[in-house]
Design a protein around this ligand. Structure first.
Ligand code: UD1
Length: 383
């Protein structure tokens, strides 16, 4: 095979849980033999627990990574630097046509930065989202990754002006839709029922199983701004306790949050409430619990989008969102961490059924196919 016949190799990077659902449809689409591309997968190892990684690879049928950098946890500086150090020799060896990164985690910026300095073009999927909040580590990762990307794929229309306002050439930007929703639609029929999930995942520290026959709410919390400060975390856990007197809550606990609750000795706030804790769930289990919830309380980015696609009311425990379409068109309401506002929004949602919303443009399950086609045309223009 001559070099010209060889499929152009795209090196795809994942690191943390929200990356896994984004990369699954991209890998599938890039490996479509008609496109003349090939994809290989690198996992930085930012998330390494079985519950944070392995079950996602299995359930989403993501091929085992060709390369695993095994970086693990650390401060932002340590984690980012370690990924960069370990990624550079890999890039030297593989010499791909481009490096594709998704989302906004530390692995995203670390690998993009190494690639751009080696003159390897960078493709960013989920570009242009902005919360305007530079205290959020992900916002820094978003702004910087977009600045050094050659090809930028957006999930919603507001992303394009965000990018052009930062000086990015409009010719590099493509509104392709939402790959996270590709994965959701692809897997909806396979979602595991809430009953099955609870049966299969007894959590030793959890309180007794609440009666879920009249419905339940789903909670996720992991943002540093919500869980790192014991006072803020305590306030939020107390609100969850109050909400749980009206609506039982299911709470799959992120390892970061679990550690913070333990360090601050706050377990009794949950143990004495109608809150059922679970370990971090696999994708299909989470999808099942989310789809049948009466409402979702979260500080996650991806869950704001998934609830909008599912038509489930979402109450976001942050002061802002980088995904405004979920508020303008979807089911999302931003309430922050003020207990009175959270309680008022929950009561209103339970009384009225919450925002109904509609599914945003191009959240149609075909985003990865559009992305792969554009990459295939673009690769032909590279020297
Ligand atoms: C990261 C992303 C965040 C994303 C989240 C989803 C950044 C800056 N943040 O945050 O955008 O929403 O993933 O989960 O990249 N830990 C484990 N096992 C693991 C992974 C983490 O125990 O497999 C614990 C460790 O104590 C670690 C802490 O969780 O220090 C935080 O992990 P880290 O990857 O630094 O950030 P996340 O909070 O998970």
């Amino acid at each position: 095979m001559t070099d010209i016949d060889k499929p152009a190799q795209i090196l795809c990077v994942v690191g943390a849980r929200p990356n896994f659902m984004k990369i699954a449809p991209i890998m599938r689409a890039l490996n479509n033999p008609d496109l003349g591309l090939s994809a290989c997968l690198l996992h930085t190892g930012q998330h390494y627990d079985a519950a944070m990684k392995k079950s996602f690879f299995d359930q989403l049928q993501i091929p085992e990574p060709d390369i695993d950098l095994g970086v693990g946890s650390g401060s932002h500086a340590v984690q980012t630097a370690e990924i960069m150090k370990r990624f550079e020799p890999v890039l030297d060896e593989i010499i791909p046509k481009a490096v594709l990164v998704v989302g906004d985690v530390n692995s995203t910026i670390a690998c993009a930065l190494v690639a751009v300095k080696k003159n390897v073009p960078v493709i960013h999927v989920e570009a242009g989202l902005r919360s305007g909040d530079r205290a959020m580590p992900e916002e820094i990762n978003r702004v910087l990754t977009d600045q050094i990307s050659d090809l930028l794929f957006t999930t919603e229309k507001t992303a394009e002006p965000n990018l052009t306002n930062e000086g990015i050439d409009v010719g590099r930007i493509h509104f392709a839709g939402n790959v996270m929703i590709d994965t959701l639609l692809f897997n909806l029929d396979r979602a595991v029922s809430t009953e099955q999930t609870i049966e299969a995942s007894p959590y030793p520290e959890s309180s007794a199983l609440p009666d879920l026959s009249k419905g339940y709410g789903l909670v996720t919390l992991h943002r540093p701004s919500n869980v790192d400060e014991p006072i803020v975390l305590e306030r939020l856990l107390k609100v969850l306790g109050q909400v749980s007197t009206e609506l039982p809550l299911i709470f799959p606990v992120h390892p970061r949050t679990k550690n913070k609750i333990a360090e601050a000795g706050l377990e009794p706030l949950i143990a004495n409430a109608n809150v059922y804790c679970l370990p971090p769930l696999g994708y299909l289990e989470m999808l099942g619990v989310m789809k049948d919830a009466k409402l979702v309380l979260t500080d996650s980015g991806g869950i704001q989008e998934e609830t909008t696609a599912l038509g489930v009311p979402c109450i976001t425990l942050r002061e802002n969102t980088e995904r405004p379409i979920t508020v303008e068109e979807g089911t999302n309401t931003i309430v922050g961490s003020d207990p009175d506002k959270i309680l008022a929004c929950v009561s209103n949602t339970l009384e009225t059924g919450g925002k109904s919303g509609m599914v945003p443009e191009l959240w149609d399950g075909k985003a990865a196919e559009r992305i792969a086609k554009i990459i295939s045309d673009w690769v032909k223009t590279l020297s």
